[in-house]
Design a protein around this ligand. Structure first.
Ligand code: ZN
Length: 360
């Protein structure tokens, strides 16, 4: 194996998930989390000489280490119930899409009742209308989770670094909610698997352009898994809007183990890399024994989903900073939507990491 590569876990099952666009401000638009993403990443990995291995299948109980069982059950059956109720024919909605949400202030202090109508059940676990469920969504999301879990197992077996080519992405999926084109939290599953395998403290560093509200939710009360994220400032009007602020630092035993570094739209490499350095310092202070990187490359200049303007060299330098931690590392794919540059950005970042790791 050349020193500038490491194993990559990838599965063609990602193709089963065709979200069919998204509903944004009430309008069905094409969306950017498209099937082509997974295949473009694979092609880039192959041409750069990465060894590509398939994931091993895991039982649903593995998912329930970080997700509420009822949500996993819902995701598994949602499309079938939707189709059986006839919505694809009337009114003509061929994806599971919510129209009503049980906001806490509207349903607090009374027993929760699961709605009888599938159209209403569609709002119970999702945060938004942009995360549609199609016939193969659950199978693909479970396969993406398998990629992350397999990568964690390869790390435990001695690999210094492994990349999990997860699609759909995961960092907006929390313990009991999904959204933001994410269904199951692949990075959280990898971190939990490392904990379960005997690593006392794990750090998750999230480079995606958006705050990983799901990962934050899952580990917010815990001292054993540090979550650190650099992302576009939600206060400047960006998804996920309701969280990702610097004063969200964890709760109870987890106080101090959540580290948000929002950056301003258009910041470019300098402030973004300074935030990455901060997160690396936090991981070192946490005395992490393993690292999970939520590798979103949607911060890149030209990406349709963010205004950060990070250069390819910026991503390479971030990878070098991460490699400087000298930790066993799982990379988990998150966002990245510029189809012309996606494969090159991912592979360039991984190669930069491997080049530093290969010299140690
Ligand atoms: Zn993103």
């Amino acid at each position: 194996m050349p020193s500038s590569t490491f194993p990559a876990v990838w599965t063609e099952q990602h193709r089963l998930h065709d979200p069919g666009g998204e509903v944004w401000v009430g309008v069905r638009i094409p969306g950017t989390e498209v099937v082509a993403r997974g295949d473009l990443i694979r092609a880039a990995l192959a041409s750069a000489g990465f060894e590509i291995v398939p994931p091993t299948a895991h039982p649903a109980s593995s998912l329930e280490r970080v997700h509420e069982q009822a949500m996993v059950d819902y995701l598994r059956t949602a499309y079938e119930d939707w189709a059986a109720a006839g919505y694809p024919e009337e009114p003509g909605q061929d994806r599971v899409c919510p129209y009503i949400f049980p906001l806490p202030q509207a349903v607090a202090d009374r027993p929760f009742r699961l709605p009888a109508a599938p159209s209403a059940r569609a709002g119970v676990y999702t945060t938004d209308t942009t995360t549609l469920i199609g016939p193969g969504t659950y199978a693909a999301a479970a396969a993406a989770a398998d990629c992350a879990l397999t990568a964690a197992e390869m790390l435990r077996a001695g690999a210094p670094a492994v990349y999990a080519a997860c699609r759909p992405p995961g960092h907006h999926a929390g313990r009991s909610f999904f959204g933001g084109s994410c269904y199951l939290n692949n990075a959280a599953l990898a971190a939990q698997a490392l904990r379960d395998g005997g690593t006392d403290r794990v750090a998750v560093i999230d480079l995606d352009a958006h705050h990983g509200n799901g990962t934050q939710d899952i580990f917010y009360d815990r001292a054993d898994v540090l979550y650190g994220s650099v992302h576009v400032d939600p206060g400047a009007g960006w998804f996920p809007h309701f969280c990702g602020y610097a004063d969200e630092t964890g709760r109870g035993p987890g106080e101090g183990a959540n580290c948000n570094r929002p950056v301003t739209p258009g910041c470019g490499d300098g402030p973004w890399l300074a935030a990455v350095d901060d997160l690396c310092a936090a991981a070192a202070t946490h005395r992490a024994g393993a690292l999970v990187v939520s590798l979103g490359v949607d911060g890149a200049a030209g990406d349709p989903e963010s205004p950060l303007g990070i250069s390819p060299d910026g991503f390479r330098r971030a990878a070098e900073a991460l490699a400087g931690l000298d930790l066993p590392t799982v990379f988990v794919q998150e966002g990245g939507y510029d189809l012309d540059r996606l494969g090159g950005l991912v592979v360039g970042t991984l190669q930069a990491f491997a080049a530093v790791g290969g010299s140690r």
